[in-house]
Design a protein around this ligand. Structure first.
Ligand SMILES: Cc1cc2nc3c(=O)[nH]c(=O)nc-3n(C[C@H](O)[C@H](O)[C@H](O)COP(=O)(O)O)c2cc1C
Length: 160
């Protein structure tokens, strides 16, 4: 049994809808042999990360960056999860990523900086991007829910 860890910050009903679709996709009945573990970003631990074989990360865009909650997650788990820091304290580059990850970001105006902020940190973890980043702006409808479901299913299928 492999394990998919979903770490998210979902502070509003709109974002929660998106997160629920990602989780539902990861739990699709057609996917076997994968345990899906869901953690709010402020509660996820390094043990959660070390016990997982793949990751899905979800955040809002805030001030052109990821949410403080997801940043707290990275601050907490980065070194124990094998993250590489540069001499100046910035995230380095491992180049040896093995565990797959996916990312979704919800915003109202522009998610560019939020996506960049996550990818720059994850680039220093021994993980590899396994799906296109899902960026959703504004209201969440059927199309966005379907994309989120597909993202969840894609990562889970990779681990089955
Ligand atoms: C303090 C603050 C900063 C925000 N900064 C951004 C931002 O940089 N880019 C963006 O697209 N949305 C930004 N937003 C909008 C949030 O991403 C959005 O409110 C969140 O994803 C929840 O979506 P909802 O308000 O539609 O429920 C910001 C919201 C707040 C409260």
């Amino acid at each position: 049994m492999s394990r998919l860890l979903i770490v998210h910050h979902s502070p509003t009903p709109t974002v929660r809808t998106l997160t629920d679709a990602v989780v539902a996709g990861a739990n699709d009945d057609a996917i076997e042999g994968v345990e899906v573990v869901v953690r709010e970003a402020l509660g996820a631990t390094a043990d959660d990360v070390l016990a997982a074989d793949g990751y899905l990360l979800g955040t809002t865009a805030n001030f052109g960056y990821m949410s403080g909650a997801l940043k707290h997650f990275f601050d907490t788990i980065f070194l124990e999860a094998g993250g590489a820091l540069s001499d100046d304290g910035s995230a380095g580059a491992t180049g040896s990523g093995k565990k797959p990850f996916g990312l979704w970001v919800h915003g109202r105006y522009d998610t560019t900086g939020a996506v960049r902020s996550v990818l720059s940190i994850v680039g220093a973890l021994p993980w590899s991007q396994a799906a296109d980043v899902l960026e959703v702006m504004g209201d969440v409808g059927e199309e966005q829910r379907a994309s989120a479901y597909e993202l969840g299913g894609t990562l889970a299928a990779l681990l089955s």
